[in-house]
Design a protein around this ligand. Structure first.
Ligand code: DX5
Ligand code: ZN
Length: 238
C-alpha cells in the first residue's frame, strides 16, 4: 500500500566544511536533499556560536533550494529583519526564549509580512502544548530530538511521540504547517520518526560521514521513514 504521505529531507550543514560552502551545497543537491537547514547559535541561548544572517544570505546566493533557518538565539526579534532580508523560506525560533509572548507574536508577524514561513522549535523537555498560543500562525513545528547546541548527538527516543502531537495540532489549525524533527536523525532512527508521521527529517552529521555516500543516506532515511509511517497507519508499528 503506498500512502500520499511524503517525507522530505532537510540537510543540516552544521558539521560541514565551512571553508567550501559552495562544494557543500552542490554535494547536498547531488545527494537529493529537498531543503537546507541552517543552525544559527548565539553562544547564549545555547553554549555554541555558529553564524549570522550574512552566511544565510551567502547560502541564498549559492542555491535555489528552500532554506530553513533554525534560530537558537535569545533575542530573535532583535535580529529578525536581518534574517528575513537574507531570504530563507522559513524561520523558526525556540518557544523557550525568555522574551514575552507579544515579542514572539511580533516575530511571527514580521516573518509572515515578508511572505516567509514561521516556526517554533520545541526542546526535548518542553511540552508541545507550549506552542498553542501561536498554533494558527505556524508553518513549522520543529521537534528537537537532541538538546540544541551541537551536531552528532544521540537521538532522544522519548521526543518521537511529540511528532504525532505536533502533527495533530497543525492538522487542526488548518494552515498546512509541517512537522520537522531535528537531532540524531539518520537511516537508523528514520523509521521511528516516520511512524509518528514526520514531514521533514533534518539530517546533519549522517550526511557528512567521510567515505559514505550522502545520497544513499538520503534515500534510506526517506524509505525507512515512509515504511514506519505505512506500518503505523496499518496499525503494525510501535
Ligand atoms: C543541533 C542542531 C541540529 C543538528 C543536527 O542543535 O539544531 O540541526 O545540526 O545534526 P545531527 O543530525 O548530527 O544531530
Ligand atoms: Zn537545527
Amino acid at each position: 500500500m503506498t500512502s500520499e504521505h511524503q517525507v522530505l529531507v532537510s540537510a543540516s550543514i552544521l558539521n560541514a566544511d565551512f571553508s567550501r560552502l559552495d562544494r557543500v551545497v552542490h554535494k547536498m543537491e547531488r545527494a537529493g536533499v529537498d531543503r537546507l537547514h541552517l543552525d544559527v547559535m548565539d553562544g547564549h541561548f545555547v553554549d555554541n556560536i555558529t553564524f549570522g544572517p550574512d552566511v544565510v544570505a551567502a547560502f541564498r546566493r549559492l542555491t535555489d533550494m528552500p532554506l530553513d533557518v533554525h534560530l537558537m538565539i535569545s533575542e530573535p526579534v532583535r535580529y529578525m529583519d536581518r534574517f528575513i532580508a537574507a531570504g530563507p523560506q522559513t524561520i523558526s525560533f525556540h518557544v523557550e526564549i525568555e522574551e514575552g509572548d507579544e515579542q514572539k507574536t511580533a516575530a511571527i508577524e514580521a516573518i509572515h509580512a515578508a511572505g516567509q514561513g514561521a516556526g517554533l522549535a520545541v526542546s526535548p523537555d518542553t511540552p508541545v502544548s507550549a506552542v498553542d498560543p501561536w498554533l494558527s500562525e505556524l508553518d513549522v513545528i520543529m521537534i528537537m530530538s537532541v538538546y540544541p547546541g551541537w551536531g552528532g548527538q544521540g537521538f532522544i527516543p522519548e521526543a518521537a511521540p511529540k511528532i504525532a502531537e505536533a502533527r495533530a495540532r497543525l492538522a487542526g489549525a488548518g494552515r498546512g504547517g509541517l512537522v520537522h524533527v531535528d537531532g540524531g536523525v539518520n537511516s537508523k532512527t528514520a523509521e521511528i520518526v516516520g511512524s509518528y508521521g514526520i514531514d521533514v527529517c533534518i539530517v546533519g552529521s549522517a550526511l557528512f560521514q567521510r567515505g559514505s555516500d550522502a545520497s544513499d543516506e538520503v534515500n534510506l532515511v526517506k524509505e525507512r521513514a515512509l515504511r514506519g509511517f505505512e506500518a503505523a497507519t496499518a496499525g503494525l508499528a510501535r
